[in-house]
Design a protein around this ligand. Structure first.
Ligand SMILES: [Zn+2]
Length: 132
């Protein structure tokens, strides 16, 4: 996804639906436009590239929500998506590390209750999670 972000400096890639909905990537953002098809509107993939442009078009860092009567747009910068995925992955990883540490010490993975003397495979008496 970081690669997609990088190349979106030069490329716009959009999928155009027959009803005027267009979704794709442009200048570092995922963009969805809800529009009324205009004359000559062609559903399908639309890829515009800017190889010949002297300067790269600047990335857009802000998200955007526009809500007008005949045109709507929702745009999310890809850096925000990457950051959210990273945050969720970090939290999941931390929980996994904590659970593994508890299991090593003979504690319940879920709540940390000391499972000494409790049969393997039995449920944790404290939180009901499967013990060990
Ligand atoms: Zn427990």
């Amino acid at each position: 996804m970081a690669v997609v972000w990088f190349f979106s400096v030069w490329f716009d890639a959009e999928w155009w639906d027959a009803s005027g909905v267009r979704g794709g990537m442009s200048r570092g953002r995922l963009v969805i436009d809800f529009d009324v098809p205009w004359p000559g509107y062609q559903p399908g993939w639309h890829i515009a590239h800017e190889w010949m442009a002297r300067e790269r078009r600047p990335l857009v860092w802000e998200s955007e929500v526009r809500w007008e009567s005949n045109w709507r747009r929702v745009a999310i910068p890809i850096w925000q998506i990457l950051l959210s995925i990273g945050a969720v992955a970090t939290i999941a990883w931390r929980l996994d590390v904590i659970g593994a540490r508890r299991a090593r010490r003979g504690m319940c993975r879920g709540c940390g209750y000391d499972l000494a003397g409790i049969a393997k495979g039995a449920k944790c008496p404290e939180c009901g999670a499967r013990a060990r």
